[in-house]
Design a protein around this ligand. Structure first.
Ligand code: ADP
Ligand code: MG
Length: 452
């Protein structure tokens, strides 16, 4: 009937607007390189010596969950001897309340974790415990252990933290809680992942986060950084936190659904690239298109399912489980529609269309994130191989989206290979570093220890 045709028109039009042909991806990469030249920042330039020893803690506050970790370092030869972590989800109320409420919650979780240390971990007698603080929001870093929050992203919105030193906020909460621990380093998750990645593999020169949000960092020659007025580090190299989530360009294939999502978000006009590639938003884009199909083409029958109108009901993990459904009757799609959206009696044809919709959204995101990696490689001159050269390039990758969304990950890798060509692709390694950002923060805390 006419409704099906109309629904397919909406889907087709969306697909066309989401198109990411190779030429477009190259334009996106080049536009990002222009921004990289303009925005090089002089932060995070800390060096690891890799021979640190002792027990160090890390706290990773990045989005939906936060993690507390402890790492026992055994020096250059033994590396990471032992590690333990715990993951806790942040109640939504703490993401939009007051600064004290958020940091009290974080400090309380950390204090509980420290209390369960156990005897395999060996704090040095008479020494204060030390912590690396991974904080994955835009910060102006004023020293290795202080930084001012510029703005919240990823669904956080706490006005009284903006403009404050987040290390001081955490330190005050730890003091209120009676937790005696020194915050030795403030680290962005990209910088932590890069540090953790380099600890394991010398070829790591960049890191990418594809989780709730998205960001990247890379190693830059210090003399290429015009904003840098300090002393040049001995290595001549510095880590650049790109804050690529905030990238935007007229070359990005944005649709009316993306514009509406952005306008209704907690940070309208910001983090545009993040809003098309990262885990917080992919499921929500799918929901918005489905909603339009329901409203304008009666895709689910005469009434629009009320649940479908709720922003963010359709999370990216649900989207990926539907996308991955290979059962002949698409029963995973059917059961998710029923459980999450309270929609029953869908035909196989409808379920197929929904899988296709997930595919369109994931494919656009994955291909655009691959374009971002191309930009980094091009900036570093690693997108070509000279004859006889044996240079290897590794990129440390972290984040739940990359880890769990197989179709996204595969599309990302395929696209990167397509962009680089076969020969160059062989020299590029994507290393999935689970929890790299937390471990990297512990390593950076160790390198900044007051007892060195
Ligand atoms: P953060 O960005 O907060 O550090 P993570 O790296 O742990 O978070 O990533 C969490 C995000 O990963 C979730 O917000 C979600 O978008 C995505 N994610 C988690 N599990 C899955 C899954 N099974 N399929 C797709 N995406 C997932
Ligand atoms: Mg994270």
């Amino acid at each position: 009937p006419g409704r099906w045709v109309k629904a397919m028109e909406i889907l087709k039009e969306f697909e066309e607007k989401c198109g990411t042909p190779i030429l477009k991806l190259r334009q996106v990469a080049d536009a990002m390189i222009v921004e990289m030249h303009a925005g090089l920042a002089s932060e995070g330039g800390s060096k690891l010596k890799m021979d640190e020893e002792g027990l160090f803690y890390a706290l990773d506050l990045g989005g939906t969950n936060f993690r507390v970790l402890r790492v026992q370092l055994g020096g250059r030869t033994r590396g990471i001897v032992n590690q333990q972590f715990e993951e806790v989800s942040i109640p939504t109320s703490r993401m939009t309340g007051t600064s004290d409420a958020l940091f009290d919650y974080v400090a309380a979780t950390l204090a509980k974790f420290v209390a369960q240390e156990g005897s395999v971990f060996k704090p040095s007698p008479g020494r204060q415990r030390e912590l690396g603080f991974t904080f994955s929001f835009p910060v102006v870093q004023s020293s290795i252990a202080s930084g001012t929050l510029l703005k919240w992203t990823k669904g956080f919105s706490i006005d009284d933290t903006v403009g404050q030193d987040v290390v001081a906020e955490l330190a005050k909460a730890m003091e209120r809680r009676g937790l005696d621990m020194r915050i030795a380093a403030l680290v962005n998750d990209t910088v932590g992942t890069l540090a953790g990645g380099r600890y394991n593999n010398n070829n790591v020169v960049a890191s990418v986060i594809l989780g709730t949000g998205s960001n990247a960092a890379y190693v830059e020659c210090a003399h290429a950084i015009p904003k840098w007025h300090g002393l040049l580090p001995k290595s001549g190299q510095m880590v650049i936190n790109m804050e690529w989530g905030n990238f935007r360009s007229s070359h990005l294939p944005l649709t009316e659904y993306d514009h509406a999502l952005d306008a209704e978000s907690l940070n309208p006009g910001e983090q545009i690239y993040e809003k098309v590639i990262s885990g917080m938003y992919l499921g929500e884009i799918v929901r918005r298109v489905l909603c339009r199909m329901a409203e304008e083409a009666a895709f689910f029958g005469g009434t629009v399912p009320p649940k479908l109108k709720e922003p963010f009901v359709l999370g990216t993990p649900v989207m990926s489980s539907m996308h991955r459904d290979t059962s002949p009757d698409l029963k995973v799609v059917a059961s998710n529609l029923k459980d999450i959206l309270e929609i029953s009696n869908t035909s196989l044809k409808m379920r197929k269309a929904i899988v296709e919709l997930c595919n369109i959204v994931a494919t656009r995101g994955a291909r655009l994130s691959a374009a971002g990696v191309l930009a980094i490689l091009k900036k570093m001159g690693r997108d070509t191989v000279k004859e006889g050269e044996k240079q290897k390039t590794a990129i440390a990758m972290d984040g739940g989206l990359y880890e769990h969304y197989t179709e996204y990950r595969n599309c990302f890798k395929d696209t990167l290979n397509e962009l680089l060509g076969e020969e160059v692709s062989k020299t590029i390694m994507i290393e999935h570093s689970n929890d790299g950002s937390g471990i990297g923060a512990a390593l950076l805390a160790a390198s900044q220890s007051q007892y060195l």
